[in-house]
Design a protein around this ligand. Structure first.
Ligand code: AMP
Ligand code: MN
Ligand code: MN
Ligand code: MN
Length: 281
C-alpha cells in the first residue's frame, strides 16, 4: 500500500512549517503522495503543488473544512478539487469570517480567568490574518509559561466548558460537501473517532454525509488509537466508503505523529486516491 499522507497543516492555517518545508519533510519521511489540507483555506495550494514536484512527490489538492453538525464541530477534508474554483473560495472565505470576533471573545474569557492580553499574544503566532485559531492561543499560553504544552492548554482552557472556549457556528455539512464535489474533489470525514458522538449520532453523520455525496472517511489518522483503526476500517466497509490516511501534522514541536509515519492502510480497503487517479498531479 502506498505511503500517502493526505492531511497536514502549514503556516497558511495553524501549522508552523511552510508548504515548502512540509513537502521536503514528507519526501524525507518516505511519503509518495501528499496533500496539504489547511483549515478553511486553499491559499497554500499552488505553493504546495510546486513544492511537491520539486521534492518528487505526487500531489492531491486539499483543505479541511470546519462544519457544525449536531452541535459539534466536525472536520471535512476535501481532496483533489480544483484549487481555483470560485464557489469553493467564496464558501471558505465566509467560513473564515467569524474567527476574528470569536478570538476576541476567547480572549475576554481567558481574561476573566486571569490571563490577560491573549488576543494580542495569539496574533503574534498568526500568519494568515483570517485564520486565527485556538492553536495560536495555545502557542501563546505555552510561550507565556501558563502551560507546559499545547495539549495541556486545550485540556485546561480551550475545550467546551473551559474559560477560553467560545461556541461557534461553522459551515453546514451539506455546503462543505457540495463545495468540494462541485469543484471535482472528494469529501472525506476527518478523524471520525475524535467526535463526542453517540453511535446513533455517528450513524446520522455518516448517512447524511453520504447522501450529500461524501465518499470517504479517514481510517488511519494521528487522532485514532489502533483500536479505532480497526473500528473505522470496518465502518468504511459497512458504509461503502473509501479510506484515507493522514498524520494531521502541525509542527515538529507539537505533533505526536510525523508526516508519513503512521501505519499503512490495510489492503482490503479502497484507498481514497484510487477514486482520484485522474486528479493526482
Ligand atoms: P479552531 O479551528 O480554532 O477551533 O482550532 C481547532 C484546532 O485546534 C485543530 O485543528 C487542532 O489543530 C487544534 N486542537 C483541537 N483540539 C485539540 C486538542 N484537544 N489538543 C490539541 N490540539 C487541539
Ligand atoms: Mn489544526
Ligand atoms: Mn481536524
Ligand atoms: Mn487537521
Amino acid at each position: 500500500m502506498l505511503n500517502a499522507d493526505l492531511h497536514c497543516h502549514s503556516v497558511v492555517s495553524d501549522g508552523t512549517l511552510t508548504p515548502e518545508a512540509l513537502a521536503a519533510r514528507a519526501a524525507a519521511n518516505g511519503v509518495k503522495l501528499w496533500s496539504l489540507t489547511d483549515h478553511d483555506e486553499v491559499g497554500g495550494q499552488h505553493r504546495a503543488i510546486a513544492a511537491a514536484h520539486e521534492n518528487g512527490l505526487r500531489y492531491l489538492t486539499g483543505t479541511e473544512i470546519s462544519v457544525t453538525f449536531a452541535h459539534e464541530t466536525v472536520h471535512i477534508v476535501g481532496l483533489g478539487f480544483d484549487p481555483d474554483d470560485s464557489a469553493m473560495a467564496q464558501g471558505l472565505h465566509n467560513t473564515r469570517g467569524g474567527r476574528g470576533q470569536r478570538a476576541q471573545e476567547m480572549s475576554d474569557g481567558l481574561a476573566k480567568a486571569g490571563i490577560h492580553g491573549a488576543y494580542e499574544g495569539a496574533l503574534k503566532f498568526v500568519n494568515n490574518p483570517e485564520l486565527i485559531s485556538r492553536t495560536h492561543f495555545a502557542r501563546f499560553l505555552v510561550e507565556s509559561g501558563v502551560c507546559k504544552d499545547t495539549y495541556e492548554v486545550f485540556r485546561k482552557y480551550l475545550i467546551e466548558g473551559k474559560p477560553g472556549y467560545v461556541p461557534h457556528r461553522w459551515a453546514s455539512l451539506k455546503d462543505a460537501v457540495h463545495w468540494i464535489t462541485a469543484a471535482q474533489g472528494i469529501a472525506v470525514i476527518a478523524h471520525p473517532g475524535r467526535y463526542k458522538f453517540t453511535a446513533n449520532e455517528e450513524y446520522a453523520l455518516f448517512t447524511e454525509f453520504q447522501a450529500h455525496g461524501g465518499r470517504a472517511i479517514e481510517v488511519i489518522t494521528g487522532s485514532h488509537t489502533p483500536a479505532e483503526y480497526v473500528d473505522y476500517a470496518n465502518k468504511a466497509q459497512e458504509f461503502g466508503f473509501a479510506a484515507s490516511r493522514g498524520s494531521d501534522f502541525h509542527s515538529p514541536d507539537e505533533s505526536h505523529m510525523d508526516l508519513g509515519k503512521l501505519p499503512l492502510l490495510s489492503g482490503n480497503l479502497t484507498p481514497v486516491w484510487e477514486l482520484l487517479s485522474d486528479r493526482i498531479q
